[in-house]
Design a protein around this ligand. Structure first.
Ligand code: 5GP
Ligand code: MN
Length: 368
């Protein structure tokens, strides 16, 4: 039996019109993978478009500005041209997510195509893929979907990796590995990065600056307020952070500037798992993170979400922030693997002292 990656490559090479998509609120791996695959296929003379439910976040705007116009577009469910592109393509390909609802409106259109017998392929590294794809290549051993796209392209002809493709794949792999620090990072990850740097002739530093050093005052003000909401639970193995609409308003930050905040509760000594509760206008967005051998995707699954063993998410509607927070924290013990003697002592023990709180208030006052 041929390898699924070889078989998907063969299908791509045999197609003429191809539409790619990825998940809502696309991140570096989502867009980097899409752009690399899209540009490689265009280089092979194919008509390729990426149609996404959401636009890129601000830190990735520079990457989009470097792409040919119209390679990546935000899907408009009312636009006949977009519906036609999806329905009439020879192939539809999903990267970096494996669930219809994670693709927003594009998911519905891709699913409808699959239901009508038209091929929809999957290239992804998340576990538990939905079963409606015509053909799926899932490699949960890849730290990023970008590694899979690299294998797909390099397995055909590594000289096809030009500067634009190398840059997009670097962004994909660097962001999904937390700058090469997360547990999924392997020797293969570094071997791929080495090859990308050699072939692409690009410099990593400007990419890191563009991605991580473009914060606004509002984002830092939000960080100040958010740090004050950190609590620890279950003997300090779990830490939580809570961001209400009121906190967001008080900081003046955009919702997308909450990206990365969950790393702060996770950075506390002794913490193995962290969770952040973000109150949006329509519901509560929860991000789960963990270090080492502490899988939290089943925990996210209990709230209708999912993801990787060390990075998962869920979105809960129809309940208040406090209600969701209590339910999720109460459900934590089997997933954060707390020693049994600590479970009785589930109270928060990470309260700031009055003195610390005053320092924090003074700090926030200076920023505003
Ligand atoms: P984040 O917390 O950064 O939004 O997401 C972390 C990971 O969790 C993502 O890479 C994705 O795999 C997964 N994820 C986030 N939100 C959801 C969700 O609502 N449903 C599912 N199934 N997975 C999610
Ligand atoms: Mn990914």
């Amino acid at each position: 039996m041929p390898d699924t990656l070889d078989s998907i490559r063969d299908r791509l090479l045999a197609a003429q019109r191809i539409v790619l998509t990825t998940h809502i609120r696309p991140d570096g791996d989502a867009l980097g993978s899409e752009i690399a695959l899209g540009r490689w296929l265009r280089g092979m003379g194919k008509a390729v478009y990426c149609l996404n439910a959401d636009p890129e976040p601000k830190p990735l705007r520079w990457l989009m500005d470097e792409q040919p116009k119209k390679l990546v577009r935000v899907y408009d469910p009312g636009a006949l041209s977009h519906a036609e592109l999806i329905a009439e393509a020879d192939l539809r390909v999903v990267v970096d997510t494996n669930a219809e609802h994670r693709m927003g409106d594009v998911g519905r259109a891709f699913r409808a195509a699959a239901d009508a017998g038209k091929p929809v392929l999957l290239l992804d590294h998340h576990p538990d893929a939905e079963t409606w794809f015509t053909e799926a290549h899932t490699d949960t051993g890849s730290a990023a979907t970008g590694e899979i796209i690299y294998d797909l392209i390099a397995g055909h002809d590594p000289s096809g990796i030009d500067r634009a493709i190398a840059t997009a794949l670097y962004v994909a792999i660097m962001t999904d590995t937390g700058s090469f620090r997360f547990g999924a990072t392997t020797p293969r990850t570094h071997a791929i990065i080495s090859d990308l740097l050699a072939r692409g002739d690009f410099r990593p530093e400007p990419i890191h600056i563009a991605l991580y050093d473009g914060k606004t005052h509002s984002a830092l003000r939000l960080l100040g307020l958010a740090l004050g909401t950190i609590r620890t639970h279950y003997g300090g193995r779990l830490a939580s952070m809570t961001i209400s609409q009121e906190t967001l308003r008080a900081s003046g930050a955009d919702f997308e500037e909450t990206e990365g905040l969950v790393q702060y509760p996770l950075s506390l000594e002794g913490v193995v798992s962290a969770v952040i509760f973000l109150e949006t206008l329509n519901g509560i967005k929860i991000s789960f993170r963990s270090k080492g051998d502490c899988p939290i995707n089943k925990w996210a699954g209990r709230f209708g979400g999912g993801g990787h063993p060390n990075a998962s998410g869920a979105y809960v509607t129809g309940k208040t922030l406090e209600h969701v927070r209590k339910e999720v924290l109460d459900a934590a013990p089997p997933h954060v693997a707390a020693p049994p003697e600590d479970l009785a002592d589930a109270d928060d023990n990470g309260e700031l002292s009055d003195e610390q709180r005053q320092l924090l208030m003074a700090f926030q006052g200076k920023l505003s």
